[in-house]
Design a protein around this ligand. Structure first.
Ligand code: NAI
Length: 302
C-alpha cells in the first residue's frame, strides 16, 4: 500500500539542506504542497542565504508544488506569518516537521551561557513557536501530524553538547504533553532521533561511515511518523537503514517501611530502587502517581 500525501500541506523547518531538504523533496514527490522554511544560516546559526529557494526550485522542476519561507523559527510572529500564508494559499497546514537546528558544541566548562541560550532558543523554543503557530488550526480542522527532531544527545547524552542535549530532550518532553493535548483532535505528535551524514556531522563521522549515513535513509521514518496512520507519542531512531524505538520507562515503585525512609534507608535499598525488572512505559505523568498509589495500596494490604 503506497503512502500518499496528496491533498496535504506540509511545513518543514530548516529544509534548505540536509535532512529537511530530503523530507521536503519526498513529501512533494508524494503529493504534498510543501513550505520549505530555512533562513539559510551557517551551522552555528549565523548568517542567512537563499537555501530554501533552491530547494523549492528543485521541487518545482520535479513537478511538485512548494513555496520558500526564509523566516527564523526563533521568531514567533514570523512563524505565524508563514502559517497564515500557507493557509491563505493552500487552505491549511496538515503536517509540521520541526527540523531546523544549529550547533554550538563545547564542553560545559568552556560553554558561554549565550551559546547555551541560542541553541535552546533555536531547537526547543523554535519548535514550540512553529508548533504553536499551527496548533489551533490543526485542532479546528481535526487533523495534524507533528514531528519533533531530537537526537541521541538528548536521549542519551554526548560529550560537548550540553546545550544541544538539553534542548533535544526538551523536545521529547514537548511531544509527551502535546500528544495528550492533541489526541482528541486527531493531532499526533512524535519524536525522531536521526543519524545522518550532513554538514552537522561532517567533522564527526569518519569518511566511510559518512557514506553509509545518507539522509535518504531517515526519510522513511520521518514520513511515516507524519502520515495518516502515524502513531502518536513514539520516539524513533533512524540512520543508515537501521530503525529502532526508544522509551522513557520506570520500574515498579519500591515502598520503604516507615523506619527506612531515611537517607541511610534509601541508600540500603538503592539496588532494588534501581533494578529494572518489571520496567514499563507510562503513557502520561499521572501513570507515575497511579503506580505509586497502587504500590502503596498493595504494601498496606500485604
Ligand atoms: P543541517 O545543518 O544541514 O540542517 C539544519 C538547517 O536548519 C539548516 O539548513 C539551517 O539553515 C536551518 N536553520 C538553522 N537555524 C534556523 C532558524 N532559526 N530558522 C530556520 N532554519 C534554521 O543539519 P541536519 O543534520 O540536516 O539537521 C536537521 C535536524 O536533525 C537538526 O534539528 C539536527 O539537530 C537534527 N539531528 C541531526 C543529526 C545528524 O546526524 N545529522 C543527529 C541528530 C539530530
Amino acid at each position: 500500500m503506497s503512502i500518499s500525501f496528496a491533498g496535504k500541506v506540509a511545513i518543514v523547518t530548516g529544509a534548505g539542506g540536509g535532512l529537511g531538504r530530503a523530507y521536503a523533496l519526498e513529501l512533494a514527490r508524494r503529493g504534498a504542497k510543501v513550505v520549505v522554511n530555512d533562513l539559510g544560516a551557517a551551522r552555528d546559526g549565523s548568517g542567512a542565504s537563499d537555501a530554501a529557494a533552491l530547494v523549492v526550485e528543485e521541487i518545482r522542476s520535479a513537478g511538485g508544488e512548494a513555496i520558500a519561507d526564509g523566516s527564523s523559527v526563533t521568531e514567533f510572529e514570523q512563524m505565524q506569518a508563514m502559517v497564515a500564508k500557507a493557509k491563505a494559499d493552500w487552505g491549511g497546514v496538515h503536517v509540521l516537521i520541526n527540523n531546523a537546528g544549529i550547533l554550538r558544541d563545547k564542553s560545559f566548562t568552556k560553554m558561554d551561557p549565550s551559546d547555551f541560550d541560542l541553541v535552546v532558543k533555536v531547537h526547543l523554543s523554535g519548535s514550540a513557536n512553529a508548533t504553536k503557530a499551527v496548533w489551533d488550526m490543526m485542532r479546528e480542522q481535526n487533523y495534524g501530524r507533528i514531528l519533533m527532531t531530537a537526537s541521541s544527545t538528548g536521549l542519551f547524552g554526548n560529550f560537548g553538547q550540553a546545550n544541544y542535549g538539553a534542548a533535544k530532550l526538551g523536545l521529547a518532553g514537548l511531544t509527551k504533553t502535546l500528544y495528550l493535548e492533541g489526541a482528541k483532535y486527531n493531532v499526533r505528535v512524535n519524536t525522531l532521533a536521526p543519524v545522518a551524514a550532513t554538514r552537522m556531522t561532517a567533522d564527526i563521522f569518519p569518511e566511510e561511515a559518512f557514506k553509509l549515513f545518507g539522509s535518504e535513509n531517515v526519510v522513511p521514518a520521518a514520513l511515516y511518523l507524519v502520515s495518516d496512520d502515524a502513531p502518536s507519542n513514539a520516539i524513533v531512531g533512524a540512520g543508515a537503514g537501521a530503525y529502532h524505538s526508544a522509551f522513557v520507562t520506570m520500574n515498579p515503585p519500591v515502598i520503604l517501611a516507615q523506619e527506612d525512609r531515611t537517607v541511610e534507608g534509601f541508600a540500603a535499598n538503592w539496588a532494588r530502587i534501581s533494578d529494572r525488572t518489571g520496567d514499563f512505559v507510562p503513557q502520561s505523568g499521572t501513570e507515575q502517581s497511579h503506580a505509586i498509589l497502587a504500590a502503596m495500596q498493595a504494601a498496606m494490604k500485604g
